[in-house]
Every structure is written in C-alpha cells, then in structure tokens.
Design a protein. Sequence first.
Lengths: 155, 404, 404
Amino acid sequence: MTVPSSPAPLSWRILILMAGLGILFGLGAFTFTYAEGTSYISNNPETCVNCHIMRPQFSAWVKGSHHNVATCNDCHTPHDFFGKWFVKGVNGFNHSRAFTSGDFPEPIQITDFNRNVALNNCRDCHASLVSQVVLGGQHEELDCLACHNGVGHDD
Amino acid sequence: NINQRKAEAALTGFVIQPIAADELDPAAWGVNYPLQYERFMMTEINYGQTPYGGSEPYSKLERYPAMVRIWAGYAFSVDHNEERGHFYAQSDQENTQRVQIVNQPGACINCHSAEAPGLIAELGWEEFNHTPYNDLVERLHTGSSCADCHDPATMELRITRPAFINAMTARGIDLSEATRQEMRTYVCAQCHVEYYFAGDNKVLTFPWTNGLNIDDISEYYTDLGFKDWTHAESGAQMIKIQHPEFEMWSSGLHAANGVACADCHMPYIREGSIKVSDHWLRSPLNNLEAACQTCHNVSVEELERRVVTAQNTTAELLRSAEAALLDAIDAIVAARAAGASDEDLAEALRLHREASLRWDFVSSENSTGFHSPQEAARILANSIDFARQAELAAKAVTAALSGN
Amino acid sequence: NINQRKAEAALTGFVIQPIAADELDPAAWGVNYPLQYERFMMTEINYGQTPYGGSEPYSKLERYPAMVRIWAGYAFSVDHNEERGHFYAQSDQENTQRVQIVNQPGACINCHSAEAPGLIAELGWEEFNHTPYNDLVERLHTGSSCADCHDPATMELRITRPAFINAMTARGIDLSEATRQEMRTYVCAQCHVEYYFAGDNKVLTFPWTNGLNIDDISEYYTDLGFKDWTHAESGAQMIKIQHPEFEMWSSGLHAANGVACADCHMPYIREGSIKVSDHWLRSPLNNLEAACQTCHNVSVEELERRVVTAQNTTAELLRSAEAALLDAIDAIVAARAAGASDEDLAEALRLHREASLRWDFVSSENSTGFHSPQEAARILANSIDFARQAELAAKAVTAALSGN
Ligand SMILES: [Ca+2]
Ligand SMILES: [Ca+2]
C-alpha cells in the first residue's frame, strides 16, 4: 500500500486567482449560478447538497460521528485561509463541469488530491491524540484512511 | 510540514535518556516509552485458549495425536506446544526437548534471542549459524526486545535479521525502499516464516526464490534435493514446515488490501489522551474491537463468528488430511513388510512427502487458516489427494509383489 | 443537462396504464417502466465469455470432457451448455436435447416459463408437475417475465413459485414476514437452487429440510433412498446437482453480511438523475463498477483479480476432483470385470455417489466458487477424498477376488 504524500506547499495566492478565473470564465456564469456554484463559497453542508449527487454523503454525515464536530468543508478544504479558497475554486470548477456534462464515475471516487486534503485535516484536528503514532519514527505519515475510511460518512 | 514537526517533537520530546546503540534490555527502552513497554511486558500474561490459538502452551501432540506418527523420527514428534507471548521466546526454546535430544546449531538463536545480531557481528554469519546452540546458550539473556524491530536512535522500524534480508534480496526486493506500511509486516517476517538450515554450516535460509506459495516452496526443496529428515516408518525424505505466517498471509485478501500484521496484532489503543500501538502481541480474538472494528463495522460476535467459521473449516480438513496421511504411512509400511524396496516405492514416497509438507504448511501456520481461508483449503485438498495417491501407489506395489 | 436532470428527479413511478393481474408480456409492463424494460430486454445480448461464466452458450461437455463420463447414463452427458440471459429461458429449454431424448415432466416448466403459475392454477400442483412437458410446450410463449418477480398492482417483489414456498415453509420460514432485503434474494431462489422431482407425480421439490449445505443435502437424499439415475459405468445410484446458487451463497460472507443477489446482479444504475435497478441480469464481471464499488472502495482491476483468483483456485480443484472421479469409475469397472457384485462394491459405490454429488455441487454452481470461496474448496477437498477412497475400496475388492 502506498501512503500518499501531502500536497506540495504551493503558492496559494497565485493559484486561488487562477481558480477564481477558472470558475468565472471556464464554466460560464449561467452554470455557476444555476448549479448553485455559490455553494462552494458557503460553509453550510446543506449547500453541498444543492447537488443531489452529494446527497448520499450528506445523509450519511448526518448520522455519522462527525456530524456535530465537522462540516463538509472542515474535512474537504484546507484549514489555512489560502489553501481553503484555492481548493474551493478547483473543486467548484471540476464538480460543476462534471455535473453539467454528466461525465463522472459512478460511484463517485475521491481524487488523490482531495483525499490528501481530508487526511491533513484529520491530522490537524487530532494532532495531540496521534502525536506518537503519526510518525512513530518513520518518514511517511500515517494514512488514517486505511483504517478510518468511513468516519465522515459511511455511505 | 507542520504536522510532521509537531509529531516529531512529541515523539522525541519523550526521550528522557538516549538509548545506547547496543541496548537490548526492554526496560531501558521503556524509560522513554513507558506506554509501549508496559504493554510489551504483558506478553507474559496467559490470557487463555482461543478455539485454536491463544497463550496456553498446551501440548499439540496430545491434542492432535496423529502428529506423533506424521513426524516419526523427527524431534517435533517428541515435544511441540502451542506458542505463547514474546516474553517466552528465549526460555521456551531453551527448555524444549528439541534442543536436548538433538544437538541443535546456533541458527536456532536467530529468532529467539535479541543477542543474535550481536553474536552474528562478533562471530560472522556462517560461524554463528553452525556453532552448537549449547555452546552459545550461556550468552543468551533477552528473548524478544525492542531492538529486534526498532532503531534506538530514531525509533524507526528496522530489519535486524540477515536471513530475511538475504531472502528478500534474492527475490529482487530492496528492503531500503520498503514503505512504512510494508515495514509493519516485514519486521514480523524476520521470524514468522518457514526456514531451513542450508549446507554444512547450517545457514538459516528461507526457501523463497520460486515464490511464496507452498507449490513454489515444495519445488524449491525438490530442485535442491533437500530433506529435513527421513520418516521413521515410511522411509520418505521429509520436509518439516514451521510457522509460515508471512507466506500464508501473502496469498490472502488482507495482504492484497495492504493490511499488515501490525494492523491486527498491534492495533492502536488509547492511553489517556494519546493513542499508541498495542505492544501486547497476541491473538486478535482476545481483542477484536481494536483489531478489526475500525475496518469492519460489524459486531464483535460477528467478527468472532467469521474467524471461527474459517478456522473450523480448516480444522475439519486438517483432520481429514491427517487420516489420509496415516493411511498412506500404513500402506507403505505394509508394502515394505511385503518386501518392497525404496525403488519400488519411489512414487509412493514422493507422494507421502508432498502430502505431508502441504498438511504441515497449514497445520504449522498459526492462524488455522484465517490468514488466507481459501488457500488453506486448497492446500489441504491437494494434501489429501497426494496422501490417498500415496496409499494407492503403495498398495499397487504390495499387490504386484503378491503376484497380481 | 441540468434542466432535464431536475425534471427527471421529480418524476417517480408515474403509471401510464394499469397492468392486468394476469399480464405476462414484459412489453406491456414496459409501458409504465420503460427504463427497467429496456434493460431487461438486453438479456438477449451476448456480451461474451468471462473466464468461467458469461453469456456465450458454449458446450460445457466439450470444455470439460470428464463430464461425459461422470454423468454417463444421464441426459446431461448428451447436452449441457453454459447458461445465458433470461431472454432465452424458455427457448433454451425447448431446444435442449435433454427434453428430446427423455420424456420430461411438466415440472421442468416451473422455472423456464412465465406461464407456469397460470398452468398450476388451471391444472392443480401435482397434475401440472407430472403432465408430460411435450404435452404442455405448445402453451408456453414467455420465458422470463416481470410477473415472475413483481406484483402488477403494486410492483412489490413477490414469490410466484410453489416449490420455493413449500421448501421454506418446511424449514419453518414464513415468507410473508420476509424483509425487503431478503426478498431481493428470495425472488432468485425460486429458480437458482438445487431441485429434484419427488414421487410418481414428479413434484418439484427442494431438498432442504436438514439444512442448505451439501452435507445436509446429501444426508437428505440418502435418508429418502432417492437417486436421479444409475451410473452407466459403475452402477452407482447417483444424484445430479443443478445450479445451487442460493445454497452456496448462503454459506458465504456476503450472505452473512446481508448482501443479496440483486445487490450484485441488479445494481443501481443512474439513468439521467433517476436511479433504477439494472434489469440486465448478467455476470458482474461485465459490470464491476456498479456491482461492487458501492461497497468495495478499490479499483476495477483489483475487484476482477479477487473474483478470478477465487475462481482459479476453485477450477484447479474441480479438475483434480474430475481426475479422481474418473479413476474411481475405472477402478469400479475393473472390479466388475474381475467379477465383483453390487454387494461387494457397496462401499465403493456409496463413496462414488458422495464424491460425485459434491463435485457437482461446485461444478454446477454458476459462480465457480465466488459465492463462497472457502466452502467451495472444502466441498471439493471432500469430493477428492471420497473419490480416492472409492478407488481404494474398489481395488481392495478386486484384490480380494484375485485371491489376496
Ligand atoms: Ca499461541
Ligand atoms: Ca452464463
């Protein structure tokens, strides 16, 4: 099993700009508003579910252990300011495009990129609990999802 | 990155006393890592029997009397018990009749004493292996130790046993490239594997160049013309298999999904506000919540049922294979009584060996089939087939000699 | 596009035309449920072979020639093909030589024609079963139909076949209490099960009162003194097993975890923004994303590897069991040539029957072991053991007759 490495510390400032432009010009304003692209700007989980495609995850999250402690964005966007807006931009573009074209795998699979975003958030919230094991002397960080795959939403 | 630095700080922050490069005593390591040390020392506890495993060192020969005849002429037929915690690794070896009735080589020490790497450095690899066990036993004081698996400076997992490095290198695997998850299996695969003593120097060797499954291993021994002993009743050139946990696990679905030995045998436990790897190595049946439930979202009862169902099926087939092996031995003995020569019996003896080593591969593998349920059943099906064919071949020889 | 998606989502189960209580024609049901109808009609498509299954109706007798001798004296040894989609349920039966060289009873119709429930209502249960197939065949026009599984008024799943109701009732299971998830298996278990024709009236019956595993089924037939046919070479009283998918599945881990036939063979697919059950019943190897990935978060390649690994192991053991069965038959034939009577051979014949029906249970089960990998291997291990013991018993008889 390979343990994915963390996303490279990129220059968030430049990338967020590019992503923002991507949403506006790449998608077209119609799709953005009609498909509730603005959802990506809010922190409210209900807004992710504006896309019915996200409903299974939402329903499972509501029943899950993190319901009271973490929203979609707490896991799916980086916890630092710039990273957060960059990821929102990239995903907003990708998902809106996919939703409009209907061209995406069923069942939906998380990308390596977004898997790493989630992983870093586990380690961030649970830093003290996992302080000994996360490295345990090794160079590679522990892959929480190898064991806790379903914590967010076991759909 | 930030997480990494925090974690490093947490781990090395605990270091009260640097650990010497040659430190073997777990207590000395435990000064820095008391949570791991405390659990590690619990391997002394007898938590009792599970249906087929556990820590009660009962006699396997009494529970499965067929073993006495199946291993006739080999030391295992005199003394062989259910294994128990790492705490006993050195003392159980020192006390077994297998080191008393036979003059064993130093090679035995490789997996039973933390002193092994030091002695190897001192004596050299070949010399260490062939020096008599009894000449070295005085120098052994520590059975299993943190040093077997960890680098004292960084606490990284490390491989300390040459036989495993040699075997993996021969298979073209570079251990320095191993991922963290692989290391969580490899540290165990230093010892929980099939082995033999090669050549006059009794060099500890793992028979893996053709592959890890029993058919590959059998072919390896045949090509080499190797035998562990000659069967006292049938006269066949036999192979004894010991604890092939790593090999059996390799063919299973957990391995295919990257699940390591440590995931089930050293699951995380929470100690106060921190989680650590449970160093009380034992049967997961003693600990199903932590060992399985993070991955399998079902009740402890259902998990236990899964393990025991796979084991009961394996055990049923083990008993059938034993019955077939005894019938084969009887038939060969009868053929010899009727005057058959080794040459007449060549095919029967070959089949006896093949049947016996396949049964042994499953019987000596300590999970009773759980590590790879379908593969364990496949191997036993072949064992039964070969044993019955050995019986048929021997009876055909007898019939021919009696003039049919 | 998005507009359309939103509109579709609002549209659920809009009935255009009520369906008559006795409507059998899928096209008529399809007026209301075009998505299901369209996929259902795709069972006509030949999507090709998978390693062991698929929809190409190749001759099994050619691919596995041992079958011809294993079934010697029974119609299966003349014509038996890989099965294909539900579209062919009626026509494949009508065209098989098994209904031409033998005068089959109406009981055959139970699972191959949607007309069966109507004919049963008309003729009565016993009468329907024993009326010759050829007398009724004119009245059969629809193979598989929506009516087999659905109530036309509510579209609920329903059981339409008496043999299944009788068998479950005899086991103390009240089908009216079945959960929705159970129904997703039970509708299939009306047909994908082992069966025999009981008594002179040839009443279709499932041999389940002792339990669903092969040892229970074997015991059931022995207690009943039942045989399907007499083996043309050995003279043993044989049992033929057919498609025990439900029984094999029952012993597996998917069943233990509540995974139904429909979960893998009729997974949900998205048509626009509506999710429907894929009514194109077929091999999941043709459709692994939908069939498995909802539960198993691994790649299609890994899923395929899992299925085929379990199947290769099963296939290896099937071939070994066939070799053992042929050897047993040869030995019994040789004993008869040496003058052995049925009485002399009683034990050999009993073992031949036991070995053969166990092999048949795995061979005729259409998943090649996937539905319960370890159980399939266990059954074949026993089959091999019994076949070799039959050979030994027959040879002992021969030896005794030749005066040893
Ligand atoms: Ca033990
Ligand atoms: Ca087929």
